[in-house]
Design a protein around this ligand. Sequence first.
Ligand SMILES: [Fe+2]
Length: 363
Amino acid sequence: MTAQTAQPTLATAQPARHPQPTVKAQALAHLIFERPDLDKSARFLGDFGLHPVRRDANCLYLRGTGSAPYCYRVAQADQARFVGFGLLVAERSDLERLSALPGASVIEALSTPGGGECVRLTDPSGFLVEAILGQQSVQPLPHRAALPLNVVDEIPRINATQRPPIAPPEIIKLGHVVLEVADYQATCAWYTQHFGFIPSDVQVLPDGSPAVTFLRLNLGNTPADHHTLALAQGFMAAYSHSAYEVVDADAVGMGQRVLQERGWKHAWGIGRHILGSQIFDYWQDPWGDKHEHYCDGDLFTVEQPTELHAVSPEAMAQWGQRMPKSFTKPVMNFAAVRALLRNLRRSPDVTLRKLVTLARMFG
Ligand SMILES: [Fe+2]
């Protein structure tokens, strides 16, 4: 469905860019997880392609090869949990404005890798957001160059072969995080209003309500990843997946081989997404949380308008394995059932009809 065909039927408000956001986030800095076993977490993440940079008594920090001092933080805890993420901001006045928001912390000095200052906020779905200023970047690590491909119109490789190393793919950077939320409109509006996120594409249900929004950073005329954050309608707040950029499609494929050989659980791929266009492959960490390798994503400037599309499993990939039903299946434990019943009663965006439509579509 294109914007032209979808729009006349839409009665619900759609996520939109805010004319005067509190700040414009500049980058996704890191994710924050809690895990009962740091060694197990480090094993998976090492096989996935991240490098440890620091390990304290209760906390593990990992990085990619890019200039970010770290992009993944794992704190020791009894229960596995996704806590939230960090966003870089541009100026001290950004931190001052954010610290004036309801529930925000004061400006605090950081002792995490790269240092800097931080304001802690909680989004309307309960995820922690650390707004960070003045984090010191680090010297990038060397990574293999993208392989020169012999294509029909250009043949750069004569008398030479393709032999990328059989090893975990080098992760260049943390690319995006995808969250499921119950309070969809309020959470989407919070990120557009306070951090300047721009909806690149919105997928809507047949009744016109938004089901998935892909949000990019507003970097003006500097191209930004198609999405740095994506929000999907669910019946409760939950982590969906996070994604990490690798150098080329061979790195995605090598990741699949290495992770498979080391006994980790595959989730979906290899394929190419439609919205964002990335070549992707998804793997589960030891607690069932999905981690994505990707390459060749779209980049948009501030100019690109928001588009609307119909949501469906078919709209998730243009080639490759079809999205398995297990990919979106929630874990229905006691806490989930309680959250479902509670959000059906109180959340303006959670209705039985919507959940039945989503369940029919995605199994
Ligand atoms: Fe993704």
